[in-house]
Design a protein around this ligand. Structure first.
Ligand SMILES: [Zn+2]
Length: 392
């Protein structure tokens, strides 16, 4: 375990060298009992009167214990339980952000502590950034790779957009809490990682065909994180301590790869664009949200099928016709590293999550629509975009 942590720390020191503006040192702990070290950390940094941000579930899973520990140490914590909307979704939207900002006291609040899921983190990182307070990450489930992200996807008047916010100054991932996370959240984290098969392929493709920036070292970090999850899918499916630790490490590494690169390319390709498209459709119809990683995992398996089929038919577009033969070979070589839809579905099933569109509940009509339109959500030259726009 310390091996993987020291690896993550090495990455962080590299991040500071590349980006001198990243002056705050990200303190990271991934181990049993990590939660108990938070009061001492706050005292060392002179951060009293923190606000614990949680929802009802994550408060029960970890917030109440942290609250007690902070009270015992005289740190005078405040609590903000983010309320769900009328259909039971906890959403990173204007109402949730306002609910939190009302609790922030400019003179008194030392920091904000996100205790919970990716959504709780997005609400907290945005409010922390805009109120000029540091924020601390306490994930309660290994469910997404965005805990250390600097961008916050926020729903503004029904449309989700990503805004600049801040990365946490510290991350306390307590294995005792993470192993008790519901299986569907664990499987979602695995799905978010499985999505790297297609995000890495799209990234390489876009750097070749549209000269989008690319970094081999960053791609390597993400690739290795993905492979370690796939190798340990059985442990992850059984939620053993090893499995959960490997998954959480991979999610943190994927998040750090994005921080290193400064953009989401390593971790987000066409599979994420489909997921965002479905998410917006659900929002607009007032349907209960699906887990991000659950959507990404299934979307990635479908995108894999689409890409393999297109390659078989020789349909890939070629940016520079004189190199088309070489380019075609290169894309096929990358594509060989992406498992088939069936292989990915089987991995998703082993992790204990939805394995296909039917399991997930996304209907054929929405799926077909997203294949035609989702690429337009982001300005990225993915293979999905090329298939839609370049092949007339
Ligand atoms: Zn993701």
């Amino acid at each position: 375990m310390t091996d993987s942590l020291s690896y993550a720390r090495r990455l962080m020191s590299q991040l500071r060298e590349n980006q001198p503006t990243f002056s705050e040192l990200l303190h990271m702990q991934l181990e049993s009992g990590a939660l108990d070290d938070i009061p001492a950390f706050l005292k060392r940094r002179s951060l009293s009167s923190p606000i614990i941000v949680a929802d009802a579930n994550t408060f029960e899973a970890a917030g109440t214990r942290l609250m007690d520990a902070l009270v015992d140490e005289g740190l005078e914590p405040n609590l903000c339980i983010i309320q769900p909307d009328t259909i039971g979704n906890v959403v990173a939207d204007a109402e949730s952000i306002l609910q939190l900002l009302i609790e922030v006291k400019p003179e008194r609040t030392g920091c904000l502590i996100a205790v919970g899921s990716g959504t709780i983190h997005d609400i907290t990182r945005f409010a922390a950034h805009r109120s000029g307070k540091p924020f601390i990450s306490v994930p309660t489930a290994p469910s997404v790779d965005g805990f250390t992200s600097a961008g916050a996807p926020i729903v503004v008047r029904g449309v989700k957009e990503t805004f600049q916010a801040s990365a946490p100054i510290a991350l306390f991932a307590d294995l005792d809490i993470l192993v008790k996370a519901p299986q569907l959240l664990v499987a979602a984290g695995f799905g978010d990682m499985l999505g790297k098969y297609t995000s890495l392929l799209d990234w390489r493709f876009s750097s070749h065909t549209a000269r989008e920036p690319y970094d081999e070292q960053v791609a390597g970090i993400t690739q290795r994180a993905l492979e370690s999850c796939v190798q340990h899918v059985e442990d992850i499916g059984k939620r053993t301590e090893t499995g959960i630790q490997i998954l959480m490490t991979a999610l943190i590494e994927s998040g750090i790869a994005m921080l290193l690169f400064g953009q989401s390319h390593p971790a987000s390709g066409a599979e994420h664009h489909l997921s965002h498209y479905w998410e917006m459709a659900y929002l607009q119809k007032g349907r209960k949200a699906l887990l991000h990683g659950a959507k990404v995992g299934v979307a990635s398996s479908e995108i894999s099928q689409l890409y393999h089929d297109a390659a078989e038919r020789g349909e890939y577009p070629y940016a520079e016709p004189q190199d088309w033969k070489q380019h075609r070979q290169q894309v096929q070589e990358w594509l060989r590293q992406v498992p088939s839809r069936e292989a990915m579905a089987s991995l998703l099933r082993q992790a204990g999550g939805p394995a296909n569109l039917r399991d997930l509940g996304v209907d054929e009509e929405l799926f077909a629509q997203s294949l035609r339109e989702a690429h337009a959500l982001r300005n990225r030259h993915t293979i999905l975009k090329a298939l839609n726009e370049d092949n007339h």
